[in-house]
Design a binder for this molecule. Structure first.
Ligand code: SAM
Length: 456
């Protein structure tokens, strides 16, 4: 192994962890170089990996007599052309050995980059009652099957035993799924399996209830908000891409949809599911006129509005009103911030992040009324902090929205896998979690499923 390759590996680590790396070598031991890599970015990503390599290093750093330490910050590494060509050239991914050991040691689930996997998104149906022009081709049918709720619950139980703490129910449209309230009630009985410091809890020491959230288009929320809250749902995110009813109906391709969704938002607030989050995907030249009206909506309706950059995850469609992804269609974070700063003379006031892995940058206004979040996976990717795993309606595990293949977890169950076997399978799959997405890069290939068939 050459010093160059070691440095490449460290650069990859730094890139993926959004942090900096500290390299310490011990040149007095010529046949053994101990690389100590400390990922310093955040509490969640504080990780530690060690590599012991044999001699044969071409490094001038070997020539020194005392220990040296060198710190490389992420700022000096980005954008790194090394990363793109790295995968084949690199050594075994850092942390892989540690993860293989985890399989038996009962450590919490981590991927090969040291990212703890704590969040699960589960699509409970592939069906949707909206046909949003930037999401679906416009046909009604589901492309993938759905499983009995009991199967999803078994998968969740196994995943919770590995370290999952948050479960978000999504789809398709999750409120179309019968048995959803009962599913939430079952999820509310589960307890986390690890303490905050990563130590495993045992039966005498029950963990915390899961954080249970729902992403919905809100069309059926008016009648379901109260039963879902009573069953144990903690939070709801409602997708709304316009506050102008006509534009809204044009996007969803469902007449009268705005009024239905607004009633759903109000019902969720009344059921104690506030502050309700509203997700708005912005498309330039289509609904970007809604930025300021949405800010006003946040202030008036006491909801958190989150603008999301459009990603290349739409179903291919020949429909005249279909919207397809192009780089120019994305309304980037900086532009949204500039627009809102211009909208009110006192401008936006940034709020501190609540956790290091928070995907949204949060803002309010000078008077503290209203909250705006901006989620910028395209202009400011946050893959380095990704803690997510997804289960599709047909029971496949996906390690990234942009994965090119799924992992058939349900297939393992169908073949009679025990919980231990499912856990081992999940650990193996998680080791293959992608470092990051490649939106906007030359050679980008669309993933094997579109957003609606994954569960956003
Ligand atoms: N039916 C539910 C809903 O409407 O919230 C859940 C599924 S929907 C696919 C989840 C979220 O993904 C919605 O907020 C939707 O706007 C968002 N979404 C769909 N396609 C997207 C894309 N290409 N880029 C970014 N977000 C997208």
């Amino acid at each position: 192994m050459t010093w160059g390759k070691i440095v490449q590996e460290l650069q990859l680590h730094a890139l993926m962890t959004d942090g900096c790396v500290e390299v310490e070598d011990t040149p007095e031991r010529h046949d053994l170089l101990l690389l100590k890599l400390t990922i310093l970015s955040s509490a969640r990503f504080t990780g530690f990996a060690q590599h012991q390599t044999k001699s044969g290093l071409e490094s001038s750093s070997q020539k020194g007599t005392s220990n040296r330490s060198r710190r490389v910050t992420i700022a000096s590494l980005l954008p790194s052309p090394i990363y793109r060509s790295a995968s084949a050239a690199l050594l075994e991914p850092p942390g892989a050995a540690a993860n293989a050991a985890n399989e038996t040691s009962g450590l919490r689930l981590r991927d090969s980059f040291g990212r703890a996997i704590t969040d699960l998104r589960i699509s409970v149906t592939d069906r949707c009652n909206y046909k949003c022009v930037y999401c679906r081709a416009g046909n009604e049918a589901a492309s993938y099957t759905e499983l009995p709720i009991a199967h999803y619950l078994r998968m969740v139980r196994v995943l919770v035993s590995l370290g999952i703490e948050k479960v978000r129910l999504t789809g398709g449209e999750p409120l179309l799924r019968s048995g959803l309230v009962e599913m939430v009630a079952e999820l509310a009985q589960m307890r986390t399996a690890y303490a905050a410091d990563g130590t495993r809890l045992d039966a005498r020491e029950p963990g915390q209830p899961l954080d249970i959230a729902l992403t919905t288009n809100g069309h059926l929320l008016e009648s379901l908000a109260a039963p879902l809250a009573a069953a144990g749902l903690n939070r709801v995110t409602v997708s709304m891409d316009a506050v102008d009813p006509e534009t809204f109906a044009r996007i969803t391709r469902v007449p009268g949809s705005f009024q239905r969704v607004l009633a759903g938002v109000h019902a969720a607030q009344a059921a104690g599911l506030g502050p309700v989050k509203i997700n708005c995907v912005l498309l330039r030249g289509f609904n970007d006129s809604q930025i300021e009206p949405f800010a006003e909506f946040s202030r008036r309706q006491a909801v958190v509005v989150r603008f999301i950059e459009f990603m290349p995850l739409e179903e291919p469609s020949a429909a005249e009103d279909a919207r397809t992804w192009r780089p120019e269609t994305v309304v980037p974070m900086d532009e949204i911030v500039a627009r809102l700063n211009a909208w009110r003379p006192s401008g936006l006031v940034e709020l501190p992040p609540r956790t290091a892995s928070e995907t949204a940058r949060r803002f309010t206004f000078a008077d503290g009324i209203g909250e705006i979040g901006i989620i910028a996976p395209v202009s400011r990717p946050f893959c380095g902090h990704c803690s997510r795993l997804r289960i599709t309606s047909d029971g496949a595990l996906r390690t990234c929205l942009f994965s090119h293949s799924d992992h058939d977890l349900y297939g393992q169950m169908r073949r009679g896998g025990t919980d231990e076997e499912l856990a081992a399978y999940i650990r193996r799959v998680v080791l293959r979690k992608e470092a990051r997405h490649h939106i906007g890069e030359p050679g980008f290939e669309k993933p094997s499923r579109n957003m609606v068939h994954i569960g956003g």
